[in-house]
Design a protein around this ligand. Structure first.
Ligand SMILES: Cc1ncc(COP(=O)(O)O)c(C=O)c1O
Length: 438
Protein backbone atom coordinates (compact mmCIF):
# COMPACT_ATOMS: atom_id res chain seq x y z
CA UNK A 1 0.00 0.00 0.00
CA UNK A 2 1.43 3.36 -0.91
CA UNK A 3 0.65 6.63 0.76
CA UNK A 4 -2.21 8.12 -1.25
CA UNK A 5 -2.43 11.56 0.34
CA UNK A 6 -0.95 13.26 -2.73
CA UNK A 7 -3.52 11.72 -5.08
CA UNK A 8 -6.55 12.26 -2.91
CA UNK A 9 -5.84 15.66 -1.29
CA UNK A 10 -8.26 17.32 -3.72
CA UNK A 11 -10.93 14.72 -2.88
CA UNK A 12 -10.48 15.39 0.83
CA UNK A 13 -10.90 19.14 0.29
CA UNK A 14 -13.99 18.47 -1.84
CA UNK A 15 -15.46 16.24 0.89
CA UNK A 16 -15.01 19.03 3.45
CA UNK A 17 -16.58 21.49 1.02
CA UNK A 18 -19.56 19.19 0.49
CA UNK A 19 -20.46 18.19 4.05
CA UNK A 20 -18.37 20.43 6.29
CA UNK A 21 -15.88 19.45 8.96
CA UNK A 22 -15.03 17.37 10.85
CA UNK A 23 -15.63 14.60 8.31
CA UNK A 24 -14.38 11.05 8.01
CA UNK A 25 -13.32 10.08 4.50
CA UNK A 26 -12.58 6.52 3.34
CA UNK A 27 -10.44 5.91 0.28
CA UNK A 28 -11.90 2.74 -1.25
CA UNK A 29 -8.78 2.09 -3.37
CA UNK A 30 -6.77 1.70 -0.16
CA UNK A 31 -9.38 -0.69 1.28
CA UNK A 32 -9.11 -2.61 -1.97
CA UNK A 33 -5.31 -2.93 -1.69
CA UNK A 34 -5.46 -4.00 1.97
CA UNK A 35 -8.18 -6.57 1.30
CA UNK A 36 -6.18 -8.00 -1.61
CA UNK A 37 -3.12 -8.30 0.64
CA UNK A 38 -5.07 -10.23 3.30
CA UNK A 39 -6.68 -12.45 0.65
CA UNK A 40 -3.26 -13.25 -0.81
CA UNK A 41 -1.87 -14.15 2.63
CA UNK A 42 -4.96 -16.15 3.68
CA UNK A 43 -6.46 -17.44 0.43
CA UNK A 44 -9.56 -19.62 0.09
CA UNK A 45 -10.55 -21.88 1.73
CA UNK A 46 -9.56 -19.64 4.68
CA UNK A 47 -12.65 -17.98 6.10
CA UNK A 48 -11.95 -14.25 6.27
CA UNK A 49 -14.08 -11.91 8.36
CA UNK A 50 -13.87 -8.17 8.86
CA UNK A 51 -13.87 -7.23 12.54
CA UNK A 52 -16.67 -4.68 12.41
CA UNK A 53 -15.59 -2.99 15.64
CA UNK A 54 -12.74 -1.40 13.67
CA UNK A 55 -15.19 0.54 11.51
CA UNK A 56 -18.93 -0.01 11.74
CA UNK A 57 -20.15 2.43 9.08
CA UNK A 58 -22.30 0.17 6.87
CA UNK A 59 -20.87 1.63 3.64
CA UNK A 60 -17.32 0.89 4.85
CA UNK A 61 -18.33 -2.59 6.02
CA UNK A 62 -19.87 -3.17 2.57
CA UNK A 63 -16.67 -1.99 0.87
CA UNK A 64 -14.66 -4.57 2.83
CA UNK A 65 -17.04 -7.52 2.64
CA UNK A 66 -17.48 -6.97 -1.09
CA UNK A 67 -13.78 -7.81 -1.35
CA UNK A 68 -13.96 -11.37 -0.03
CA UNK A 69 -14.82 -11.05 3.67
CA UNK A 70 -17.60 -11.98 6.04
CA UNK A 71 -18.33 -9.98 9.20
CA UNK A 72 -17.21 -10.55 12.78
CA UNK A 73 -19.46 -8.74 15.27
CA UNK A 74 -19.62 -8.34 19.05
CA UNK A 75 -23.24 -7.32 19.66
CA UNK A 76 -26.70 -7.16 18.12
CA UNK A 77 -25.85 -3.55 17.28
CA UNK A 78 -22.86 -4.52 15.13
CA UNK A 79 -24.83 -7.47 13.76
CA UNK A 80 -27.56 -5.04 12.63
CA UNK A 81 -24.97 -2.79 10.97
CA UNK A 82 -23.42 -5.81 9.20
CA UNK A 83 -26.85 -6.87 7.93
CA UNK A 84 -27.44 -3.35 6.71
CA UNK A 85 -24.16 -3.71 4.81
CA UNK A 86 -25.61 -6.83 3.16
CA UNK A 87 -23.72 -9.52 5.09
CA UNK A 88 -25.81 -12.72 5.45
CA UNK A 89 -25.91 -14.52 8.80
CA UNK A 90 -24.09 -17.47 7.21
CA UNK A 91 -21.05 -15.18 6.75
CA UNK A 92 -21.32 -13.53 10.19
CA UNK A 93 -19.65 -14.62 13.43
CA UNK A 94 -20.38 -13.30 16.91
CA UNK A 95 -17.73 -13.02 19.61
CA UNK A 96 -16.92 -10.59 22.40
CA UNK A 97 -16.73 -10.32 26.16
CA UNK A 98 -19.94 -8.28 26.47
CA UNK A 99 -22.70 -10.44 25.03
CA UNK A 100 -26.01 -9.85 26.80
CA UNK A 101 -28.94 -12.25 27.22
CA UNK A 102 -30.55 -10.30 24.39
CA UNK A 103 -27.56 -11.02 22.15
CA UNK A 104 -27.63 -14.74 23.01
CA UNK A 105 -31.41 -14.88 22.47
CA UNK A 106 -30.90 -13.37 19.01
CA UNK A 107 -28.34 -16.10 18.21
CA UNK A 108 -30.81 -18.79 19.23
CA UNK A 109 -33.68 -17.15 17.36
CA UNK A 110 -31.62 -17.01 14.15
CA UNK A 111 -30.78 -20.72 14.50
CA UNK A 112 -34.42 -21.60 15.24
CA UNK A 113 -35.48 -19.64 12.15
CA UNK A 114 -33.11 -21.72 10.01
CA UNK A 115 -30.83 -18.70 9.36
CA UNK A 116 -28.00 -19.31 11.85
CA UNK A 117 -24.82 -17.33 12.32
CA UNK A 118 -21.68 -19.06 11.10
CA UNK A 119 -20.73 -19.42 14.76
CA UNK A 120 -20.76 -17.77 18.18
CA UNK A 121 -17.58 -17.73 20.28
CA UNK A 122 -18.16 -18.14 24.02
CA UNK A 123 -15.93 -16.54 26.62
CA UNK A 124 -16.72 -18.52 29.78
CA UNK A 125 -18.53 -21.50 31.26
CA UNK A 126 -21.25 -19.08 32.42
CA UNK A 127 -21.83 -17.84 28.92
CA UNK A 128 -21.83 -21.38 27.52
CA UNK A 129 -24.44 -22.38 30.10
CA UNK A 130 -26.62 -19.34 29.34
CA UNK A 131 -26.51 -19.96 25.59
CA UNK A 132 -27.23 -23.68 26.06
CA UNK A 133 -30.22 -22.94 28.31
CA UNK A 134 -31.73 -20.64 25.69
CA UNK A 135 -31.01 -23.12 22.88
CA UNK A 136 -32.54 -25.98 24.87
CA UNK A 137 -35.64 -23.92 25.63
CA UNK A 138 -35.97 -23.21 21.89
CA UNK A 139 -35.82 -26.95 21.22
CA UNK A 140 -32.61 -26.80 19.21
CA UNK A 141 -31.05 -30.19 18.65
CA UNK A 142 -29.36 -32.26 15.95
CA UNK A 143 -28.69 -30.27 12.80
CA UNK A 144 -30.30 -27.12 14.25
CA UNK A 145 -27.84 -26.88 17.16
CA UNK A 146 -25.91 -23.62 17.59
CA UNK A 147 -22.34 -23.75 16.27
CA UNK A 148 -19.95 -22.55 18.95
CA UNK A 149 -16.23 -21.80 19.27
CA UNK A 150 -14.48 -21.56 22.62
CA UNK A 151 -12.38 -18.44 23.05
CA UNK A 152 -9.00 -19.42 24.40
CA UNK A 153 -6.95 -17.04 26.50
CA UNK A 154 -3.53 -17.99 25.12
CA UNK A 155 -1.62 -16.50 28.07
CA UNK A 156 1.12 -14.95 25.92
CA UNK A 157 2.90 -11.60 26.05
CA UNK A 158 1.64 -9.68 23.00
CA UNK A 159 4.04 -7.15 21.51
CA UNK A 160 1.68 -4.19 21.68
CA UNK A 161 0.29 -1.42 23.88
CA UNK A 162 -0.94 -2.93 27.13
CA UNK A 163 -4.43 -1.64 26.37
CA UNK A 164 -4.47 -3.81 23.24
CA UNK A 165 -2.83 -6.95 24.69
CA UNK A 166 -5.95 -9.04 25.09
CA UNK A 167 -4.05 -12.36 24.85
CA UNK A 168 -2.22 -11.81 28.15
CA UNK A 169 -3.08 -14.27 30.93
CA UNK A 170 -4.14 -11.40 33.18
CA UNK A 171 -6.66 -10.07 30.65
CA UNK A 172 -10.41 -10.55 31.05
CA UNK A 173 -10.75 -12.35 27.73
CA UNK A 174 -11.38 -16.00 27.08
CA UNK A 175 -10.97 -19.35 28.80
CA UNK A 176 -7.72 -20.68 30.20
CA UNK A 177 -6.76 -23.98 28.55
CA UNK A 178 -7.70 -25.92 31.69
CA UNK A 179 -11.20 -24.35 31.68
CA UNK A 180 -12.15 -25.60 28.22
CA UNK A 181 -13.51 -29.00 29.27
CA UNK A 182 -15.63 -27.45 32.03
CA UNK A 183 -17.08 -24.90 29.59
CA UNK A 184 -18.12 -27.71 27.24
CA UNK A 185 -19.81 -29.49 30.14
CA UNK A 186 -21.51 -26.28 31.31
CA UNK A 187 -22.78 -25.80 27.76
CA UNK A 188 -24.56 -29.16 27.78
CA UNK A 189 -21.67 -31.42 26.81
CA UNK A 190 -21.22 -33.03 23.43
CA UNK A 191 -24.83 -34.15 23.03
CA UNK A 192 -26.43 -30.91 24.17
CA UNK A 193 -27.93 -28.04 22.16
CA UNK A 194 -24.53 -26.54 21.23
CA UNK A 195 -22.29 -27.97 18.52
CA UNK A 196 -18.67 -27.41 19.56
CA UNK A 197 -16.75 -26.46 16.46
CA UNK A 198 -13.34 -25.26 17.62
CA UNK A 199 -11.12 -22.61 19.16
CA UNK A 200 -11.27 -18.85 18.81
CA UNK A 201 -8.19 -16.77 19.49
CA UNK A 202 -7.22 -13.13 19.44
CA UNK A 203 -3.77 -12.21 20.67
CA UNK A 204 -3.98 -8.44 20.52
CA UNK A 205 -4.22 -5.55 18.14
CA UNK A 206 -1.43 -3.69 16.34
CA UNK A 207 1.04 -6.56 16.95
CA UNK A 208 4.58 -5.32 16.42
CA UNK A 209 6.03 -8.83 16.05
CA UNK A 210 4.82 -12.34 15.24
CA UNK A 211 6.27 -14.17 18.25
CA UNK A 212 3.35 -13.98 20.68
CA UNK A 213 0.98 -14.75 17.81
CA UNK A 214 3.00 -17.86 16.90
CA UNK A 215 3.02 -19.02 20.54
CA UNK A 216 -0.71 -18.44 20.84
CA UNK A 217 -1.54 -20.33 17.65
CA UNK A 218 0.68 -23.21 18.77
CA UNK A 219 -1.20 -23.35 22.08
CA UNK A 220 -4.60 -23.15 20.37
CA UNK A 221 -3.68 -25.98 17.99
CA UNK A 222 -2.60 -28.13 20.94
CA UNK A 223 -5.82 -27.47 22.87
CA UNK A 224 -7.90 -28.01 19.73
CA UNK A 225 -6.14 -31.30 18.98
CA UNK A 226 -6.98 -32.62 22.44
CA UNK A 227 -10.70 -31.94 22.05
CA UNK A 228 -10.75 -33.11 18.44
CA UNK A 229 -9.43 -36.51 19.50
CA UNK A 230 -12.93 -37.35 20.83
CA UNK A 231 -15.00 -35.07 18.62
CA UNK A 232 -14.39 -34.92 14.85
CA UNK A 233 -16.80 -31.96 14.45
CA UNK A 234 -14.37 -29.83 16.51
CA UNK A 235 -12.75 -28.77 13.26
CA UNK A 236 -12.16 -24.98 13.39
CA UNK A 237 -9.41 -22.58 14.43
CA UNK A 238 -10.08 -18.84 14.21
CA UNK A 239 -6.81 -16.98 14.74
CA UNK A 240 -8.43 -13.57 15.21
CA UNK A 241 -6.96 -10.29 13.98
CA UNK A 242 -4.10 -8.07 15.08
CA UNK A 243 -2.18 -7.23 11.87
CA UNK A 244 -0.54 -3.85 12.41
CA UNK A 245 -0.20 -0.69 10.37
CA UNK A 246 2.74 1.66 10.68
CA UNK A 247 2.09 4.97 12.37
CA UNK A 248 4.49 6.67 9.97
CA UNK A 249 2.88 5.18 6.86
CA UNK A 250 5.82 2.86 6.20
CA UNK A 251 4.11 -0.50 5.81
CA UNK A 252 7.42 -2.37 5.76
CA UNK A 253 8.22 -1.16 9.29
CA UNK A 254 5.73 -3.68 10.72
CA UNK A 255 5.07 -7.37 9.98
CA UNK A 256 2.66 -7.79 7.07
CA UNK A 257 -0.19 -10.34 6.99
CA UNK A 258 1.93 -12.69 4.85
CA UNK A 259 4.56 -12.73 7.59
CA UNK A 260 1.97 -14.01 10.08
CA UNK A 261 0.60 -16.51 7.56
CA UNK A 262 4.09 -17.91 6.98
CA UNK A 263 4.22 -19.03 10.62
CA UNK A 264 1.28 -21.38 10.21
CA UNK A 265 2.50 -24.23 8.02
CA UNK A 266 5.13 -25.54 10.47
CA UNK A 267 2.71 -25.18 13.38
CA UNK A 268 0.05 -27.20 11.55
CA UNK A 269 2.62 -29.80 10.46
CA UNK A 270 3.47 -30.40 14.11
CA UNK A 271 -0.09 -31.65 14.77
CA UNK A 272 -1.08 -35.19 13.68
CA UNK A 273 -3.18 -34.86 10.48
CA UNK A 274 -6.35 -36.35 11.97
CA UNK A 275 -6.26 -33.77 14.80
CA UNK A 276 -5.56 -30.68 12.71
CA UNK A 277 -8.34 -28.16 12.20
CA UNK A 278 -9.82 -28.41 8.74
CA UNK A 279 -11.46 -24.95 8.85
CA UNK A 280 -9.17 -21.99 9.40
CA UNK A 281 -10.39 -18.45 9.91
CA UNK A 282 -8.94 -14.98 10.33
CA UNK A 283 -10.73 -11.77 11.42
CA UNK A 284 -8.65 -8.63 10.95
CA UNK A 285 -10.06 -5.16 11.49
CA UNK A 286 -7.43 -2.45 11.64
CA UNK A 287 -5.30 -3.62 8.72
CA UNK A 288 -8.25 -3.53 6.32
CA UNK A 289 -9.40 0.01 7.00
CA UNK A 290 -6.89 2.04 9.05
CA UNK A 291 -4.78 3.41 6.20
CA UNK A 292 -7.90 4.14 4.14
CA UNK A 293 -9.31 6.61 6.66
CA UNK A 294 -8.80 10.38 6.87
CA UNK A 295 -10.34 12.69 9.40
CA UNK A 296 -10.56 16.11 7.79
CA UNK A 297 -10.70 19.07 10.15
CA UNK A 298 -10.59 22.87 10.05
CA UNK A 299 -8.35 25.16 12.05
CA UNK A 300 -10.23 27.12 14.70
CA UNK A 301 -7.39 29.00 16.40
CA UNK A 302 -3.75 29.77 15.71
CA UNK A 303 -1.58 31.05 18.53
CA UNK A 304 1.91 32.02 17.56
CA UNK A 305 4.70 31.13 19.93
CA UNK A 306 2.58 28.72 21.99
CA UNK A 307 3.98 25.58 20.31
CA UNK A 308 7.39 23.92 20.70
CA UNK A 309 10.51 26.02 20.03
CA UNK A 310 8.44 29.14 19.60
CA UNK A 311 6.32 27.57 16.85
CA UNK A 312 2.56 27.96 16.68
CA UNK A 313 -0.22 26.09 18.40
CA UNK A 314 -3.32 25.30 16.36
CA UNK A 315 -6.68 24.09 17.63
CA UNK A 316 -8.77 22.01 15.21
CA UNK A 317 -12.49 21.36 15.04
CA UNK A 318 -11.86 17.57 15.35
CA UNK A 319 -10.53 15.90 18.47
CA UNK A 320 -11.07 13.15 20.99
CA UNK A 321 -14.84 13.00 20.50
CA UNK A 322 -14.26 11.96 16.89
CA UNK A 323 -10.88 10.20 17.38
CA UNK A 324 -10.21 9.03 20.90
CA UNK A 325 -7.15 6.92 20.14
CA UNK A 326 -4.50 9.55 21.04
CA UNK A 327 -6.16 10.24 24.41
CA UNK A 328 -6.96 6.58 25.12
CA UNK A 329 -3.85 4.78 23.87
CA UNK A 330 -1.33 7.58 23.31
CA UNK A 331 -1.68 6.79 19.59
CA UNK A 332 0.07 9.08 17.14
CA UNK A 333 -1.53 10.03 13.84
CA UNK A 334 0.20 12.08 11.17
CA UNK A 335 -1.39 15.46 10.45
CA UNK A 336 -0.94 17.15 7.07
CA UNK A 337 -2.18 20.44 5.68
CA UNK A 338 -4.72 20.43 2.86
CA UNK A 339 -4.82 24.22 2.67
CA UNK A 340 -2.52 26.92 4.05
CA UNK A 341 -3.38 30.56 4.26
CA UNK A 342 -6.69 29.74 2.58
CA UNK A 343 -5.18 28.14 -0.53
CA UNK A 344 -4.78 24.48 -1.48
CA UNK A 345 -1.56 22.82 -0.53
CA UNK A 346 -0.27 20.43 -3.16
CA UNK A 347 1.90 17.96 -1.36
CA UNK A 348 4.94 17.26 -3.51
CA UNK A 349 3.49 19.22 -6.47
CA UNK A 350 6.04 21.69 -7.84
CA UNK A 351 4.20 22.81 -10.95
CA UNK A 352 4.39 26.52 -11.65
CA UNK A 353 1.38 28.41 -10.45
CA UNK A 354 0.74 26.20 -7.46
CA UNK A 355 1.57 27.25 -4.01
CA UNK A 356 4.42 24.89 -3.27
CA UNK A 357 4.38 23.92 0.35
CA UNK A 358 5.73 20.38 0.55
CA UNK A 359 4.14 18.77 3.56
CA UNK A 360 6.54 18.37 6.43
CA UNK A 361 8.85 21.24 5.56
CA UNK A 362 7.55 23.97 7.81
CA UNK A 363 7.08 24.82 11.46
CA UNK A 364 6.84 22.40 14.35
CA UNK A 365 3.22 23.00 15.30
CA UNK A 366 1.37 21.80 18.37
CA UNK A 367 -1.94 20.40 17.12
CA UNK A 368 -4.80 20.34 19.62
CA UNK A 369 -8.41 19.18 19.55
CA UNK A 370 -11.48 21.25 20.47
CA UNK A 371 -12.62 19.25 23.50
CA UNK A 372 -12.47 20.63 27.01
CA UNK A 373 -9.77 18.18 28.14
CA UNK A 374 -6.05 18.83 27.99
CA UNK A 375 -5.51 15.20 26.90
CA UNK A 376 -7.28 16.12 23.66
CA UNK A 377 -4.09 16.63 21.66
CA UNK A 378 -2.62 15.24 18.46
CA UNK A 379 1.00 16.11 19.27
CA UNK A 380 3.55 18.12 17.34
CA UNK A 381 3.61 18.08 13.52
CA UNK A 382 5.60 19.92 10.86
CA UNK A 383 3.03 22.14 9.18
CA UNK A 384 2.98 25.21 6.96
CA UNK A 385 1.75 28.45 8.46
CA UNK A 386 -1.98 28.01 9.00
CA UNK A 387 -4.81 30.39 9.73
CA UNK A 388 -8.38 29.97 10.94
CA UNK A 389 -10.42 28.06 8.35
CA UNK A 390 -7.51 26.10 6.86
CA UNK A 391 -8.04 22.39 6.33
CA UNK A 392 -5.89 19.57 7.64
CA UNK A 393 -6.14 15.79 7.32
CA UNK A 394 -5.43 13.42 10.20
CA UNK A 395 -4.10 10.25 8.60
CA UNK A 396 -4.67 6.53 9.17
CA UNK A 397 -7.89 7.09 11.09
CA UNK A 398 -10.01 4.43 9.36
CA UNK A 399 -9.83 1.95 12.26
CA UNK A 400 -11.17 2.52 15.77
CA UNK A 401 -11.92 6.12 14.82
CA UNK A 402 -15.57 6.65 14.02
CA UNK A 403 -16.60 3.40 15.73
CA UNK A 404 -15.14 4.71 19.01
CA UNK A 405 -16.44 8.24 18.60
CA UNK A 406 -18.54 9.81 21.34
CA UNK A 407 -20.91 12.74 21.66
CA UNK A 408 -18.84 14.30 24.46
CA UNK A 409 -19.14 18.10 24.57
CA UNK A 410 -22.43 17.84 22.68
CA UNK A 411 -20.93 16.86 19.36
CA UNK A 412 -23.12 15.12 16.78
CA UNK A 413 -21.75 12.11 14.89
CA UNK A 414 -19.43 13.17 12.02
CA UNK A 415 -20.45 12.51 8.43
CA UNK A 416 -18.75 9.86 6.29
CA UNK A 417 -17.67 10.29 2.68
CA UNK A 418 -16.28 7.54 0.45
CA UNK A 419 -13.82 8.25 -2.36
CA UNK A 420 -14.73 5.47 -4.77
CA UNK A 421 -12.06 3.80 -6.91
CA UNK A 422 -13.09 5.98 -9.89
CA UNK A 423 -12.61 9.13 -7.78
CA UNK A 424 -16.33 9.80 -7.24
CA UNK A 425 -17.30 11.16 -3.82
CA UNK A 426 -20.23 9.42 -2.13
CA UNK A 427 -21.75 10.80 1.06
CA UNK A 428 -22.38 7.58 2.97
CA UNK A 429 -23.55 9.11 6.25
CA UNK A 430 -24.85 12.57 7.04
CA UNK A 431 -23.69 14.52 10.07
CA UNK A 432 -25.76 13.64 13.14
CA UNK A 433 -28.44 16.20 13.93
CA UNK A 434 -28.34 18.36 17.03
CA UNK A 435 -31.81 17.03 17.86
CA UNK A 436 -30.41 13.48 18.04
CA UNK A 437 -28.21 14.51 21.01
CA UNK A 438 -31.23 14.83 23.26
C1 LIG B 1 -11.68 -11.03 19.02
C2 LIG B 1 -11.15 -10.00 18.11
N1 LIG B 1 -10.96 -10.31 16.83
C3 LIG B 1 -10.48 -9.40 15.94
C4 LIG B 1 -10.15 -8.12 16.35
C5 LIG B 1 -9.61 -7.16 15.35
O1 LIG B 1 -8.32 -6.80 15.67
P1 LIG B 1 -7.47 -5.88 14.70
O2 LIG B 1 -8.27 -4.69 14.42
O3 LIG B 1 -6.23 -5.59 15.44
O4 LIG B 1 -7.20 -6.69 13.46
C6 LIG B 1 -10.32 -7.76 17.69
C7 LIG B 1 -9.96 -6.41 18.16
O5 LIG B 1 -9.97 -6.07 19.29
C8 LIG B 1 -10.83 -8.73 18.59
O6 LIG B 1 -11.03 -8.42 19.88
Amino acid sequence: MTDRITEIAAGLRAAAQRVGTPVYVTDVATVDAAAAEVRAAFPDPWLRSFSVKANDVPAVVAAVVGRGFGANVVSRGEWTLARRAGVPNAATTLEGIGKSDGDLRAVVRAAADGDPLRWTAVESADEAAALAALARAAGLHGASRVDVLLRLNPAVTPETHRGLAVGAASSKFGLADDEIAAAIEAGGGRDGPLRWRGIHLHVGSQLAAVDAWRDAVRRALAVGALVREDDPTFDTLDVGGGFPVSIEGDDDAVPRPARFAAELAPLLDAIPPERRPTRLAVEPGRFLVARAGYLVARVLHVRDGRGPDGGPQVVLDAGMAELIRPALFGARHRVVALTADGRPVHPGDRRAGHRVRPIGSELPTAVEGPICESTDTLGVHELPALRRGDLVAILDTGAYGVSMSTRYNGRPRPPQVLIETDGRLVVARQRGRLASLA
